[in-house]
Design a protein around this ligand. Sequence first.
Ligand SMILES: [Fe+2]
Ligand SMILES: [Fe+2]
Length: 210
Amino acid sequence: MIAPVLTLHAHPTAWTGWEERVRLMVRPRRFEHVVRVAELAAQIAAANGLDVARAYAAGILHDVARDLPDAELLRLAPPECEIDGLHPLALHGRAGRSLLERWGYADPVVLEAVEDHTTGPRGGNGVAQAVYIADVSEPGRGVNADIRELALQDLTAALERAIISKVSYLQGKGITVHPRTLRSYHALPCCAHLAASCPPAEPVTSSAFR
Ligand SMILES: [Fe+2]
Ligand SMILES: [Fe+2]
């Protein structure tokens, strides 16, 4: 059992405005998810000696573009690969970053966490790692409780478990792994030596992305 997710009040007062912006951008159920992700990301950050305020902020902001129509996602985040063009939902992390930058948000650590939350964090950004794990394991999802509990003890181990199981699942289904997810996979300490062995390209389904 883990402790109940914290309700964090330590973040700057200025966050109230950003929370309201996100609330207006997403469906009500999505906003409930967003708050749970922010609270869990903050809890994971605290347990792993990371920046709690930034983790909370990135959790609040991570899905700001999640409910935008495909055309708007494509406008904010032009496709980088075939998967992006076929499944614009995969773009909502990058589109969220683009939107926030247009609004004047400038914290690079948080922006990177927002950008990478769909496909996986690149190496070295612990806030992005906390948000990625919180997104896939917040209690409202009803899955990945093991990853959530592990992240409160060892974030690196939780990240390895989450990304390896995602890549293995997609490969097992014959679904192309997004190049950015592969980048995260190869950035894992345990998988860096596999960088030369990428999975074969196959059609992808939108269910591959969160
Ligand atoms: Fe998302
Ligand atoms: Fe999310």
